[in-house]
Write a protein that binds this ligand. Sequence first.
Ligand code: FAD
Length: 426
Amino acid sequence: MQNTTAESSVEQVDVAIIGAGPAGAAAAAWLARAGLRVRVLEQSQFPRFSIGESLLPQCMHYLDACGLLAAAEAGGFQYKDGAAFCWRDQTAAIQFTEKFSPGPGTTWQVPRADFDQRLIQGAQALGADVLFGCKVTDFTPDALHPQIRLVTAEGEEQQLQARFVLDASGYGRVLARLTGLACESVLESRCALFMHVEDRIDTADYDRNKILIGIHPQLPGVWYWLIPFSDGRASVGVVGDRATLEQAGLDDAERLWAMLRQEPRYAELLKNAVQVRDTGRLEGYSAAVKQLHGPGFALLGNAGEFLDPVFSSGVTIALHSGWLAAPLVQRQLQGETVDWQTAFEQPLRAGVDTFREFVLAWYDGRLPRIIFNERQPERIRSMISAVLAGYAWDASNPLVAASRRRLDVLAQSSIESPFDLTQAPA
Ligand code: FAD
């Protein structure tokens, strides 16, 4: 797999990929299957925990296209066919199979330690070379020979020269930081507290095939997730501004449980739950970059932009970016000129922009108002369902083509909705 030149002892590969999460695994699998020498550099040892456990059906297409669907399927993950919402005594459900866009209508809810390991093992089986415990520390951009500096699991400093580098380092945002591309997100800084529980849910009307998203009855800026897995465990979390969450208890575990007890549906569902993983906290996770590519490199998944967890778009965007970038890298290495702005950045951002509009409409109350409107025409429901199922790049969906304007109109026309815009945070 590896080459060294006579004049230099720097190891050489075709494509170096930083990070072995979903974005890195998807790109590695595609490129290795195409016969390129791919080296993935991953700082942790797998399996490793990651947040982001609810997938969207659009993911299945990318997994398939990258040759990873069978590897993921073997995990026996919890089937998922939609999203349920609750607020006070109101409930609503979005059924992904009844969506506007063509494509898969179901997916999974996955413990990411297992899911991510299966994906990267799938990439290895297709020929990708993966180094775990190996941290990328420096980078020299170059259109033909970008170079990486890394520290191996044994503490040894090494250099690696590639013909192209893909940064899939997630929250590490390695190249965005090292190349000065990182910038502020337009989204507010929020805080998430989360854990895994053995859920012991015995409520008859509870649908394990859907993520449950709840809105705090008095604090509309605070929302919850409940993502059941196939083994009787579930991921549970709360998102809000830091001050609100911190006043709820003395430590994060106490705060999370206290916030859960304030939402009647969650309090009821989780009354017998037993915590099986320490409470985690992530904050200020929304991040952006000025550009998603540079000389000899491109940014994938969270290493580029991360929006917000509310619609579970993170893994879908990560897989989409790997699936989109990989064939472009192959073409470039075959000698073609690739315009990364028009072939990668613009099309990737189109879907991210759609999700961003939905996230903004969630927090200012327009989207809850639309979702809790029982009289929403079926066709509108199917358009919303398509975006929430991850089909945010399908411009034939009017809610994708003109998201902001149409969300405005729908919110205004949802006069029957019990969710009043005045209840949304300022
Ligand atoms: P990651 O999965 O983060 O992988 C990046 C990898 O790079 C890691 O393994 C890391 O160890 C490695 N790395 C980092 N730095 C270096 C370095 N210097 N050298 C070598 N390796 C490095 N998304 C969903 O789809 N569904 C959800 O339900 C969901 N819930 C979320 C809830 C919260 C509270 C948050 C904050 C996010 C959530 N997300 C969700 C988003 C999701 O976590 C990410 O979008 C997704 O994991 C991104 O995948 P990735 O491949 O880009 O990066």
